[in-house]
Design a protein around this ligand. Sequence first.
Ligand SMILES: [Zn+2]
Length: 180
Amino acid sequence: MKSLLKIFIPLFMTLLFKGCGSDNQVNLKIDLELETHVKSFISTLKDNGVSIPFKNYREMRSVEISDTEDSHDYGICIIELNENRFADTVLLESAINRRVLIFKEKIIADFPHNYEQMLKLVVYHELIHCILEKEHDHSTDGIMATNVSDLLYLYPFTLDNLIESSLTPDYLKSLNMIGH
Ligand SMILES: [Zn+2]
């Protein structure tokens, strides 16, 4: 009945294909420690006039801390697709569930002095994948850079500005959509 296929997009993104029923409720579970960042992500998008695709938001199930010890990533966006989709359907139109996992211990281990900033950055990065369906940014040093850990070394004193400017319409428009 179920088929599983994982595609790894470098570092932070996984698509998980899984066949199961669809459900239309908004039922988003957020770990307490991540709640501030998720709320500020949504409110900053609204303040900046960026429209939030309702279907994608409705499919968000959780933004959670995971204690997977062997993770090489700081976070991951998992999108589950209905395997019974029509062949000509745009890939993510058949999404049924979206989840973000944050690997807190890995962030603390690598950024003991900048943990809070990096946590916010990783939450934003994964939400841009999962809700806005944006790809990595291969051309600049923005928040969607494939290797976000470099950003701290590139912008040690302006990381907050970089995080905030990542939610502007211009930056978001410059990113490619996943699956296109
Ligand atoms: Zn990523």
